[in-house]
Design a binder for this molecule. Structure first.
Ligand code: ZN
Length: 333
């Protein structure tokens, strides 16, 4: 993903340095609860009647992915991870589709990419899309030391975290089918780059085939959801383009006592996989922690390793999304 902090001047005026209640009130007219909950963890008993989300399980899947090596298109770690994901998902008994396609990039190369889609409760018309990217960036262009910039990013947080949360959610939904249809999508080629023209390749592919009359009606992207020092302000494109999803997710977080982590204030605008989907008519919010490491130091560097990721953070995010889904994934506003 790419940061673009000066996106939309009309939203800037809602920035509130106190992290207060302006934004949710603006988005959905929700009754906001005072910030500063003292016991953000654990999430508490599930109300939607689903198996609990275990952050330790998700963390083990982060380590497993990083151990494959860089999941860069064309490299062995990419192929190994794809085979592993497909085998895991097949074993759940859910219906799995692998959409493999080739796409040219600016370098003149052609990438072979695969989006993986699982449709939970395909019998239901009312559907929500949950997505994450499973590829990792070929180069550490944000590394401090120029010599490190040719190294691939390990992608513990940037790639593996969202992927792990969705894999655990797939297992939960296979055990206990939700009352809403869920499309789980692992997109490829999000982080190839270096520039935006060679990013979001898998989500653009999905968006090109998206039919608003038949597809899901709301979506949630999970990206960089494992930082051991988490902070999830409202991503600014999401506030503008998917306000109903933002109101639902951030409002639910407040209700669950997660307001210290899932913050009711406007954060940076981040160009990411949700943009092609919003463009295609699918309102999709991005749950992203773009403040990764001290002073944002670990993003797109060789430091993006599993020790920077925490099971507790993955559990907060996974539990929040599970709770939303098992309550019907309704939107606010
Ligand atoms: Zn990235």
């Amino acid at each position: 993903m790419l940061g673009e902090p000066d996106l939309n001047p009309s939203l800037q005026r809602y920035r509130n340095p106190r992290g207060a209640l302006t934004l949710l009130a603006l988005l959905g007219g929700l009754v906001a609860v005072a910030t500063g909950c003292e016991e953000p963890l654990p999430v508490g008993p599930p109300e939607g009647n689903h198996p609990p989300f275990d952050g330790g399980d998700a963390y083990a899947l982060v380590e497993r992915q990083v151990a494959f090596g860089p999941r860069v298109p064309g490299r062995s770690g990419h192929a190994a991870q794809l085979a592993w994901m497909l085998a895991r998902l097949d074993s759940t008994g859910l219906t799995v589709t692998a959409d493999t396609f080739e796409t040219p990039v600016s370098s003149g190369d052609t990438l072979r990419l695969t989006n993986v889609l699982v449709r939970v409760r395909p019998d239901l018309e009312d559907r929500v899309l949950l997505l994450a990217h499973w590829d990792t960036r070929p180069r550490s262009d944000q590394a401090q030391d120029p010599a490190d910039r040719v190294l691939p990013v390990p992608g513990a947080n940037d790639g593996a975290s969202g992927t792990a949360v969705l894999l655990v959610l797939a297992e939960i939904m296979a055990q206990e089918p939700p009352s809403v249809g869920v499309d789980l999508l692992w997109v490829d080629g999000e982080d190839y780059g270096p520039g935006a023209e060679d990013m979001f390749l898998g989500s653009e592919r999905y968006a090109a085939g998206f039919d608003p009359a038949e597809g899901p009606t709301r979506g949630l992207l999970l990206d960089m959801v494992g930082d051991r020092d988490p902070a999830f302000p409202v991503e600014a494109y999401s506030a503008e383009r998917a306000p109903g999803v933002v109101a639902a997710i951030w409002g639910l977080a407040e209700e669950l006592g997660l307001g210290d982590i899932v913050l009711d204030r406007l954060g940076p605008a981040v160009r990411d996989d949700h943009l092609p989907l919003n463009e295609a008519g699918l309102p999709t919010a991005n749950l992203i922690d773009f403040s990764y490491g001290p002073g944002h130091a670990w993003w797109h560097t060789p430091e993006d390793t599993p020790d920077k990721v925490a099971a507790e953070t993955l559990e907060v995010v996974g539990s929040l999304v599970a709770e939303w889904v098992y309550r019907g994934a309704t939107v606010g506003g």
